[in-house]
Design a protein around this ligand. Structure first.
Ligand code: PHE
Length: 340
């Protein structure tokens, strides 16, 4: 039986030696050392041996078992090491590889312009004030001194929700809210969406953006208004920009002006963009707050005076970025927007 055991050992060792894979080594373990393996099978026949022989054979069997086991483990370790080395060689790591960056967005040119405007006015001591897009007829027209028959009240110029409610046609109703809530003195800007039933073309959209400004204090004059706007225009567009004030008519300011600014494209020489006038037209409306408006908000016009202005943010963004069609601002074409 000893010889048979040694034979099994030799066979197992050769088998292990030639074995090319971990899987095969696993089979070999079962085949020789398993519960139904060759050694166990052989030892079942021990009953036929003389009694004193049995322990000796058992000891040899254990020794052989251990030898096979240990050789098997060595071989497994060798194979594993070899496999790891192979893997490391194949998996080279290129530390110079630059993966494509995810596309990072940025603010819309309109919002960039809006924030730049607000920042400028905040630097000049204004507070940013917010108002709703759905407004009362009272705040949008009545309190702003608009006569009952003013053409802007016509349903062809205003989106009404019901007879008392509308989509604000300008940011001026925020003046009323600010004055009613806080009284005088006051220095605010307010920006946001406004709505008018205009047909869409390259300069008109039924939804656009305005920035409103209001200053109420003692001894506020037209000179303060002109000075403030001049500083603003030069800061926003450049030192060489001139302003031109033309008389106008708004129900809520007296006197009222419309402000033109040196054409951004030709710097005043005259070009197609400014119809050869040298001026970008109607960039903003402004004036001294009408005494009726102050009175309506509980502010004494004998003590306080104020100026207000309102500008089209879309227009300003178009002038600033040289955009010639307002629709481009609302199409949300990423190729267009990614230029800014
Ligand atoms: N609300 C006016 C408009 O929409 C602009 C304006 C604001 C004029 C404040 C004077 C004072 O045209």
């Amino acid at each position: 039986m000893k010889e048979q055991l040694l034979e099994i050992k030799q066979k197992a060792m050769n088998h292990i030696e030639q074995s090319p894979s971990l899987k095969e080594l696993d089979h070999i373990r079962v085949q020789y050392l398993g519960k139904k393996g060759e050694i166990t099978k052989l030892l079942r026949g021990m009953g036929s041996l003389p009694k004193e022989e049995r322990p000796k054979v058992g000891a040899v069997a254990n020794e052989i078992r251990e030898e096979i086991e240990s050789f098997l483990n060595t071989k497994i370790q060798e194979l594993e090491k070899h496999q790891q080395e192979e893997r490391l060689q194949k998996e080279t790591l290129d530390i110079t590889y630059e993966p494509p960056l995810p596309r990072i967005g940025h603010f819309h040119p309109l919002i960039q312009t809006l924030e730049e405007l607000e920042d400028l006015f905040v630097e000049m001591g204004f507070t940013v004030y917010a108002g709703p897009e759905i407004e009362s007829v009272e705040n949008n027209f009545d309190a702003l001194n608009a006569p009952k028959d003013h053409p802007s009240r016509n349903p062809s110029d205003t989106f009404y929700i019901d007879k008392d409610t509308l989509l604000r046609t300008h940011t001026s109703p925020v003046q009323i809210r600010a004055m009613k809530n806080h009284g005088a003195p006051l220095r605010i800007v307010s920006s946001g969406r406004v709505f008018r039933p205009d047909d869409v073309d390259d300069t008109h959209s039924p939804m656009f953006h305005q920035l409103e400004g209001l200053v109420v204090d003692k001894h506020v004059s037209l000179a303060n208004l002109i000075h403030t706007l001049d500083i603003f225009i030069k800061e926003m567009f450049g030192e060489d920009m001139e302003t031109r004030y033309r008389p106008h008519d708004f129900p809520f300011t007296e006197p009222s002006v419309e402000v033109d600014v040196t054409c951004h494209s030709c710097h005043g020489k005259g070009c197609g963009a400014c119809s050869y006038t040298g001026w970008s037209m109607e960039l903003l409306g402004a004036g001294m707050v009408h005494p009726n408006v102050l009175k309506h908000c509980g502010i004494d016009p004998e003590v306080y005076s104020g100026f207000a202005f309102g500008m089209g943010i879309d227009r300003i963004a178009m002038v600033k970025y040289g955009i010639n069609d307002i629709r481009l601002l609302f199409d949300n074409d990423v190729n267009f927007l990614s230029q800014f």
